[in-house]
Design a protein around this ligand. Sequence first.
Ligand code: DGL
Length: 261
Amino acid sequence: MIGVFDSGLGGLSVFREIFKILPESSYTYVSDAGYCPYGPRPAEEVIMRADRISSYLVAHGAKIIVVACNTATAASIRYLREKFDIPFVGMEPAVKPAVLKTKNGVIGVLATQGTLKGELYHTTLVRYASDVKVIERAGTGLVDLVESGETSGPVAESLIRKYVDPMVAGGADKIVLGCTHYPFLADTIRSVYGDSVELIDPAPAVARRCAELISEFNLCTNGNFAYFYTTGKDVGMLRSMAEKHVAGLDRKDKLFGNLTI
Ligand code: DGL
């Protein structure tokens, strides 16, 4: 099967893209809600969690793992690739497409503290963004909104404004959603800013990379199940988010449950 994990529900924004192009595969998704958010945690702690979850997924038959979390990718992808024998796909803030598309020469990057501090993000900036202005904000609190299902309404709007207003005021016309939770806030962001900004989500590109690796390594991930586990308490929220956002999931043998790892 294909293993997918995140600090919580955000990885479902990546899962749905993978599932769209690989509907015949089996999946195990782990939401590490018991340890969410990862953003403010030291990198060593995030590496420890990524290691635990990956070991679990490998022991249960994962042929490839998608680290559907920018923060976990930033902290742990190198470690995971060295330790495990299977391919790993990570998230990368979509700076390159934003730079290619901006008309104003200004882009916004909304990500967690952990991602913005990471080496991967800085390398990406040096490689692709030397000729544009980049306005960054750590979206502290946005992950919690998504985890609690509060993706719209006055609280969500005012927190979004706190981070996105300075980007728009600075002339950003493309905003990189550098955390996999943020696509679930996209409708609310659009309702506030209309067409003045375009939101860039790397999930479809990550899904294509996953499919490429499966064929490159000749992996068989075909099967009929999709299992969803949370290390937190709220299995109901995981189930409702998955059923709401992953089109076609009804065709799979599904299971939602708790996991203690
Ligand atoms: N979805 C994670 C990411 O992409 C959220 C990080 C967090 O838990 O703070 O970065």
